[in-house]
Design a protein around this ligand. Structure first.
Ligand SMILES: [Zn+2]
Ligand SMILES: [Zn+2]
Length: 194
């Protein structure tokens, strides 16, 4: 299999100094250190060999990107044969990411080749995961607190007051609109939608 490495510079949102797992901070760059990229490739190679040995057809070419933002760890585009991984989660929780998310997404492509694009996490995908010796679980429990603040703002009843809302706070506020109260005006913090 050929892993075509999309020129990562071309899709980088922001390029900063080379970062390592230890230096991931908010608003860090989306680049992935070469050592981690190599581990991702090795894991894909392992998945490919394992599945081939069990009689699955595997793609000749898979595209790979690290530009996924938001709370998802990875996505597989089965039409484009493209895997896109979230660089923030990869860098901050590399071991579990490489162990689980990398084969999880690759399994979507292999399952689609065999069964077509039916149920995303259906029996086809589950079968591929089991062939890899992995639990066919779809959820991840990554710590998402390192994700960059994408500029969400909140407001209370104080005139002109604007609050910076982190992703964790945003999720809490969506789940429970009354979760945060301003101490000055006693109003609940609301997400600004504009
Ligand atoms: Zn999935
Ligand atoms: Zn207030």
């Amino acid at each position: 299999m050929n892993y075509v490495d999309i020129p990562r510079n071309a899709v980088m949102i922001k390029q900063g100094p080379a970062s390592t797992v230890a230096t991931v901070t908010r608003n860090c760059d989306t680049s992935v250190p070469e050592a981690l990229h190599v581990r991702v490739l090795e894991r894909l190679k392992w998945a490919e060999e394992t599945l081939k040995a069990k009689g699955y057809s595997v793609p000749v070419k898979v595209w790979l990107k690290y530009t996924l933002s938001g709370q998802r760890a990875g996505v597989a585009n089965t039409h484009k044969m493209l895997l896109n991984f979230n660089p923030y989660i990869l860098k901050s929780q590399a071991d579990v990411f490489i162990e689980r998310t990398v084969p999880h997404e690759y399994a979507h492509i292999v399952a689609c080749m065999k069964y077509g694009n039916r149920e995303h996490h259906g029996y086809g995908w589950k079968g591929v995961m089991r062939a890899l010796g992995l639990k066919p679980e779809r959820c991840h429990d990554y710590d998402l607190s390192m994700l960059p603040n994408r500029g969400w703002k909140g407001e209370c009843n104080c005139p002109g007051k604007e609050w910076d809302i982190s992703i964790i706070r945003k999720r809490r506020m969506l789940a429970n609109p009354a979760v945060y109260t301003c101490r000055r005006c006693n109003g609940h913090l609301r997400l600004k939608t504009d």
